[in-house]
Ligand binder design. Structure first.
Ligand code: S3P
Length: 177
């Protein structure tokens, strides 16, 4: 059994697209936590935030983390705020190696400009979205630093990101060949 590869990082850093491609390259299962939460609860993330608030969402997210952490040899893409709960990180780390994707504020702004998908940012839309991103990034910086490996995806395609992660996994002995 191989360790899980867990992708953490801020919204818009490419966790879902790189994670899906990484899973394909490794021939392993891909679990996207946000998609799992939506499927398990028959609601979109914005609907969950609307009906249950952020704390309700975090409870469902924690449940999804506990279930996903039971896998082995999977690629798990987390949500940008999954790192906020130390219990989540403990569970994910038990069977996983943690890779953080990061990106510049400009890249994040560009990749998250579609409204309606990300309630944590949409909340700040009346104000300055750039400022909201900078503030959240600062608040969460130390949480993202818990990773075993960091890739800056600002100027990379998902394929280039995946190549970097694969190189790291080989060096770490998580995968061979
Ligand atoms: C969140 C990020 C989102 C999603 C939810 C909350 C956050 O995931 O889990 O909207 O607090 O940063 P993505 O990072 O996949 O957008």
């Amino acid at each position: 059994m191989r360790k899980n590869v867990v992708l953490i990082g801020f919204m818009g850093t490419g966790k879902t697209s790189s994670g899906r491609m990484l899973a394909q390259r490794l021939g392993s299962a891909f679990i996207d936590l946000d998609q799992k939460i939506e499927r398990d609860n028959h609601m979109s993330i914005p609907q969950i935030f609307q009906q249950q608030g952020e704390s309700g969402f975090r409870t469902l997210e924690h449940q999804a983390v506990l279930e996903a952490s039971q896998h082995a040899s999977a690629v798990i893409s987390t949500g940008g705020g999954t790192v906020k709960d130390p219990h989540n990180m403990k569970a994910l780390r038990e069977r996983g190696v943690i890779v953080c994707l990061r990106a510049s504020v400009d890249a994040i702004l560009d990749r998250t400009k579609k409204r309606g998908d990300r309630p944590v940012l949409d909340k700040a839309d009346e104000g300055d979205r750039r400022e909201a991103i900078e503030k959240l990034l600062e608040e969460r910086a130390s949480l993202y630093e818990q990773a075993d490996f960091v890739v800056d995806t600002s100027d990379l395609s998902p394929m280039q990101v995946v190549d970097k992660i694969l190189r790291f996994l080989r060096i770490r002995g998580v995968i061979h060949g």
